[in-house]
Design a protein around this ligand. Structure first.
Ligand code: MOS
Length: 731
């Protein structure tokens, strides 16, 4: 099905199942510990061996010598694979550095060997006996140091110059020129990267934890130099990804290589302390923002330049992107610069670009509002744009930013906000902050297969993944709505590369795109079922487990016959996305308390108001947003990979040193979804929310801290040491 004209009324609009707050159908499996994750496929493989990955002890250079003798002789060891013995490997399309390094080392903890043994403990003990001698080469690990010479990313093709930014900024009555910094972030998902691999002749099966099955199967095949149809990836349950599992990583490749060498199924899980430097992270940014406005608060010049670093051939953190679309302003400058750094590979993490970009832009907007003496919500409303500022003829498909902010202000009690540093609750300085949320709505083609059997049960198969987002449930809701059956008559099978290729879970495109693929397949199945029942497909009504037209009504199971019926289709998106700018919007509100003596920062309340198309399942969507708000609070107050600038690695590579929020850090959260359907986005009229929820949160926290204390911090995370010497005298 090609989607290239705005959606009209369709069976989804019945909203009998779609749009209802529905418990996750995989919930009982998850909460009873019976959902089999990649490392736990005891049902699938016999007599597995265990692989332990050895990582490089330098950031850049070469392996001069590697002595495996003692490790090979250690108890239980079955095989050791290194770059010397792995055979010819290619780099995957989605990897910047090789997943198995050596002799060249591209980053710290790049995998250089996998030791396979009878038990995990034996593999780990043997790995410790491997002796490696390195020849180090100097590397560059300091973004600050190389920032000045960093060239435009991708030759500047995403940079924007509209009007005369420099002239307008110079002439503006009120200006802000400030630089903000966000540190490197780790995904720190609960389930580590893990895989179980098994060969059957030249066929490879990998049970793994991966967001994008087709990309992953393709990259495993490419890396090993085998045909794609010889690789099967299976990933039905995923304990979080956040972008860190968009691509296959060393666990999948080394489980496959280890399994081949040991001639046994092999399991490989990356250990927690290994993940931080071995896998990808969100790159640190330095962002310079300049805003010029008239005295009455109309923005005349807006500039956002961002710097980040990555390994050679890597990509930038695109932190200036939202600034192209969020606010009006005739004269505009957006530039993204990319330095070469020899730190581990930077890549996508939840709302790549916008998440750190809004952490800077939305403090800048707060600062500007204060300079102008205008309420920060009014300032944003004043500079709202209903068109793409770069192409004024291009409208947004839906844009309810103002309503998000105004609804939030009413609900949150914004009118009670006091001047900076003037509200107190005992020993606590209290304050409120706001930030706009923005994230683009990307659509991706997505396929599904739908079967209807003689019992009237609908089974959906697609390689779509559920990374804890609720995909199983919204796909079941879609099929139930389309086929007119209750939810318990739908079986959803996901995460298998033998299923039709879906959008996958990334860029908050998963919910809308994958359900639209299921919609397309169901449209075909409805035709087939009606025809089989002797009913005109254009007049068929599907409800209560039956298909009917006029006074003819047939139970679905009877309509399809003993063998059932199957339909498969793909949703493909035309250029509605070019004609209309499709984005999601929100407003984040935060109240904090800052201890007047110690500077301890406590979030008291959070509210998100989101406008993101039709909300397919308000319950799982809310969970997505509160999870994202929590992650945003982490980015605001805690999360920072500390770079060792001498040796080029992240020092705090475990969950003791890399802090993320726990329950006590997040006392109260509320989420409001505005009523919205977007006929430009898909037949589902839905969009994504999983990334929108994190966008702007950090700045809302920072702005609340400013409101509480009068202290402006432009470097994340905002820890108490950054407040301590500037706190007012305690009385
Ligand atoms: Mo998302 S960072 O595209 O998984």
């Amino acid at each position: 099905m090609k989607f290239d004209t705005p959606a009209t009324t369709n069976p989804i609009d019945q909203l009998k199942v779609i749009g209802k707050p529905t418990d996750r159908i995989d919930g009982p499996l998850k909460t009873t510990g019976t959902a089999p994750y990649a490392y736990e496929r005891h049902d699938a493989v016999d007599n597995p061996a265990y692989g332990y990955v050895v990582g490089a002890g330098i950031a850049k250079g070469r392996i001069a010598a590697m002595d495996l003798a003692k490790a090979k002789a250690a108890p239980g060891v079955l095989a050791i694979v290194t770059a010397d013995t792995a055979g010819k490997l290619q780099k995957g399309n989605f990897n910047t550095a090789n997943l198995l390094g050596g002799p060249e080392i591209e980053h710290y903890h790049q995998a250089i060997a996998v030791v396979v043994a009878e038990t995990f403990e034996q593999a780990r003990a043997a790995a410790a006996l491997i002796k490696v001698r390195y020849t180090k080469t100097p590397g560059q690990y300091d973004l600050e140091a190389v920032r000045k010479d960093a060239p435009p990313a991708e030759k500047g093709k995403n940079d924007v110059k509209i009007g005369d930014f420099a002239g307008a900024f110079a002439q503006a009555a009120v200006t802000l020129d400030a630089t903000y910094r966000t540190p490197d972030h780790a995904h720190a998902m609960m389930e580590p990267h893990a895989s179980t691999a098994q060969w059957d002749g030249d066929k490879l099966t990998v049970w793994t934890s991966n967001q994008m099955i087709a990309w992953g199967a393709g990259d495993v095949a490419k890396t090993l130099g085998i045909p794609k149809d010889k690789v099967r990836l299976i990933s039905p349950y995923i304990g979080g990804g956040f972008g860190g599992k968009l691509f296959v990583r060393a666990d999948a490749l080394l489980a496959a290589l280890g399994s081949k060498a040991a001639n046994r199924p092999v399991k490989v899980a990356l250990t927690r302390p290994f993940m931080f430097n071995n896998t990808t992270h969100r790159p640190a940014t330095i962002q310079r923002i300049r805003i010029g406005a008239t005295k009455d608060g109309t923005i005349t010049a807006i500039g956002h330049e961002t710097w980040s670093g990555d390994l050679p051939e890597g990509g930038p953190e695109t932190a200036a992107e939202q600034t192209k679309l969020l606010y009006a302003g005739a004269n505009r400058l957006m530039a993204t610069k990319l330095a070469v750094l020899d730190l581990p590979e930077g890549n996508a993490m939840r709302a790549p670009g916008e998440a750190p970009g809004l952490m800077a832009l939305e403090i800048a907007m707060d600062e500007m509002a204060e300079k102008l003496g205008i309420d920060p919500i009014k300032f944003r409303v004043l500079n709202d744009t209903q068109v793409d500022p770069a192409k004024p003829e291009r409208l947004f498909s839906q844009r309810q930013l103002i309503k998000c902010l105004e609804t939030g202000a009413d609900t949150f009690g914004w009118s009670k906000r006091k001047a900076p540093g003037t509200a107190r609750d005992g020993q606590w300085l209290t304050g409120m902050g706001v930030a706009a949320a923005f994230r683009n709505n990307i659509v991706m083609k997505s396929a599904a297969r739908v079967k209807l059997d003689a019992k009237g049960v609908v089974t959906v198969e697609t390689d779509m993944t559920d990374i804890g987002t609720g995909t199983y449930t919204i796909i079941a809701q879609t099929a139930a709505e389309m086929m007119g059956v209750p939810l318990d008559k739908v079986v959803v099978k996901l995460g298998d590369s033998t299923f039709p290729v879906s959008a996958g879970s990334g860029g908050q495109w998963g919910a809308n795109s994958s359900t639209a693929g299921v919609y397309a397949a169901c449209v075909k199945l409805r035709e087939a079922v009606a025809t089989s029942a002797g009913i005109d497909p254009t007049k068929a009504v599907f409800a209560n487990g039956r298909v009917r037209s006029g006074n003819k009504s047939v139970a679905l199971g009877d309509a399809v016959g003993v063998n059932g019926l199957v339909a498969e289709d793909l949703i493909e998106f035309g250029d509605l996305g070019k004609k209309y700018q499709q984005s999601t919007f929100g407003g984040h509100f935060v109240e904090v308390g800052v201890h007047a003596a110690t500077g301890e920062i406590r979030i008291r309340r959070m509210l998100a108001v989101c406008a993101a198309g039709r909300i397919l399942n308000p319950k799982s969507a809310r969970s997505q947003v509160i999870g994202a708000m929590t992650m945003g609070a982490g980015a605001a107050l805690m999360e920072e990979l500390a770079v060792d600038k001498r040796h080029g690695f992240f020092v705090n590579h475990d969950l003791a040193g890399y802090e993320v929020p726990v329950h006590a850090d997040i006392p109260h959260q509320e989420v409001i979804f505005l009523d919205e359907t977007d006929p430009m986005s898909s037949p589902m009229k839905a969009k994504g929310v999983g990334e929108l929820g994190i966008c702007g949160v950090g700045a809302a926290v920072a702005n609340a801290i400013y409101n509480a204390t009068g202290i402006r911090v432009r470097e994340y995370p905002i820890t108490l040491d950054k407040l301590l010497d500037r706190l007012p005298e305690v009385v």
